[in-house]
Design a protein around this ligand. Structure first.
Ligand code: C5P
Ligand code: C5P
Ligand code: ZN
Length: 489
């Protein structure tokens, strides 16, 4: 590892030690701790890590999961008078607000979003990879930052490493070669392997490795996309059957994880030949990647594959049942797990309904000069708009134009925006976190996030003005301009 990189990591871990110290001091005085976390897979995983760490300390605490920090939450903090507030998977974007409203409350922030705040307050302890030259979009997630704090509190918390990886994969941090995790995430992988809880394998990289019948797995894949098989169940079934690979073992459908080494090899080379015959040389490289197996989980369950586990947590968080996800992270394998399977099914149905709805009428997705916009309005749930945005961005023909999807939050007379973009756009200079922050603040809203994925809340009556500004700001970034913190169009 390069010396500079090691120095960055050392600085980051020293900050984690500071956070651990504050947590331990509070627990020692029997202080009450309020934990707030973000509602996606990474946020729920971070909440699970905190929950396990605090219950092991016999601490008095409560966990709340939400989409963002706002005045309501500040009100809750003021009413409950906790001795410590811990924010996981968000917080760095709210430093100014916290400093203005609750400057005297002790706060620990364990986050990985970009931040521009200059606030220094001795009551606030912030751990964020960006402060140490580490990219929070790819190298460590919110649950990873929470994990290193838990490990600094007590090294026995290394058994939470698999949960932290689930969070990283939920945030799509497997952006390195062959979908591997690197940097701080790799340290967590190594901890999990050393603790005997995790196995890293190279395999065909389809989603549903543990739970989907092989042909269904092929038919539902969008990444890699296989023309003629993706979306085609019958063709996929014939493809597998023609290779002499039995589809069932007794009554039980076989999944990718059930294949023998020889069957797997046959499937892999047949897929490669098939893609080459279609002239898709590049796609062949995307067939194989790193998979992260939670070895203590039952085979053929969603919790055994870290990517499938992440979707379980995402569905719990976004379907208003985050406590189910937290319970699973903390070890519940009975009632919570059973119920989460039902929630997952409903979640998938909702997503399919939304994708169908968007495709139905052209005015639901419009193309501006530099961005696409999905008008989810009152149809798409504002907690699921992020997932819809993530799915649709990868299918856009012009993948240098970022996608801005929004849904209305009528009670607050606001629109919730979820922006997603691609590596190609990042290479051209797009940073959605900056665009969301600047464009929303220019129109009475609030926003921010990562370069590749960011969000905002904007007053409904400022919708068009916000979109115009965002379109212009992306245009300026595409021309190579780096936006300053005061820039707006
Ligand atoms: O708040 P948080 O960081 O947890 O959310 C990150 C979001 O950004 C996730 O919904 C994930 O899908 C998206 N993301 C992405 N590509 C990345 C990193 C994050 O699409 N490289
Ligand atoms: O909500 P959504 O999944 O679209 O958010 C994308 C990313 O932007 C997440 O990492 C989220 O935490 C972040 N975000 C933010 N500030 C907001 C809204 C979203 O930092 N106001
Ligand atoms: Zn996150």
């Amino acid at each position: 590892m390069a010396a500079q990189q090691q120095q960055n990591i050392d600085g980051f871990l020293a900050a984690e030690n500071e956070a651990a110290k504050v947590i331990l001091e509070t627990v020692k005085k029997d202080g009450f701790i309020l934990v707030f976390s973000h509602l996606d897979a990474d946020g729920v995983a971070a909440a699970g890590v905190m929950g396990k760490m605090l219950s092991r300390l016999d601490a008095r605490f409560r966990i709340r999961v939400m989409q963002w920090v706002d005045e309501k939450i500040i009100g809750e903090v003021i009413a409950d008078k906790p001795q410590l507030v811990i924010l996981t998977d968000f917080g760095s974007g709210y430093l100014d607000l916290l400093n203005e409203k609750i400057p005297n409350v002790k706060v620990v922030i364990l986050d990985h979003h970009q931040t521009t705040s200059k606030v220094v307050n001795p009551n606030f302890t912030q751990v964020n990879p960006h402060l140490f030259g580490i990219d929070g979009a790819t190298d460590v997630s919110g649950s990873g930052v929470a994990y290193f704090a838990a490990k600094a509190v007590n090294v026995s918390n290394v058994d939470l490493a698999p949960i932290a990886l689930v969070g990283a994969l939920g945030d799509m941090q497997d952006k390195y070669e062959q979908r591997s995790l690197r940097s701080l995430n790799e340290i967590i992988v190594n901890d999990g392997v050393a603790a005997g809880l995790l196995k890293v394998e190279k395999d065909l990289i389809f989603f549903g490795r543990e739970t989907r019948p092989i042909y269904k797995m092929l038919a539902t894949t969008t990444n890699p996309f296989i023309p003629g098989l993706s979306g085609q169940e019958t063709e996929s079934l014939n493809f597998v059957a023609n290779l002499g690979i039995p589809l069932k073992q007794g009554d039980k459908p076989r999944s990718l994880c059930d294949l023998t080494a020889d069957e797997r090899k046959r499937l892999c080379s047949a897929l490669a030949d098939y893609l080459l015959s279609k002239g898709l040389h590049l796609e062949v490289d995307n067939l194989i990647g790193y998979v992260y197996v939670l070895t203590k989980e039952e085979p053929n369950t969603a919790l055994r594959d870290a990517r499938e586990f992440a979707v379980v947590l995402n569905s719990a968080g976004r379907m208003d049942r985050p406590s189910l996800g937290i319970a699973i992270c903390m070890g519940d394998r009975k009632a919570a797990l059973e119920e989460s399977n039902k929630i997952l099914e409903d979640y998938r149905k909702n997503i399919n309904k939304y994708l169908g709805w968007v495709a139905e009428k052209p005015e639901r997705m419009r193309e501006l000069q530099n961005i696409y916009v999905i008008y989810g309005e009152n149809f798409i749930n504002e907690k699921i708009i992020g997932t819809v945005s993530s799915i649709i961005v990868s299918s856009l023909a012009n993948n240098e134009k970022p996608l801005f999807a929004f849904a209305n939050i009528e009670a607050e007379k606001a629109a919730k925006f979820s922006g997603r973009t691609t590596e190609a756009a990042l290479r051209r200079g797009v940073n959605l976190g900056d665009v969301m922050r600047l464009a929303s603040e220019a129109h009475g809203g609030k926003g921010g996030g990562h370069n590749i994925a960011a969000g905002a809340q904007v007053p409904l009556d400022k919708l068009d003005a916000f979109l115009k500004t965002a379109d212009e700001l992306v245009g300026r970034q595409l021309k190579g301009e780096k936006l300053a913190s005061h820039d707006n169009a």
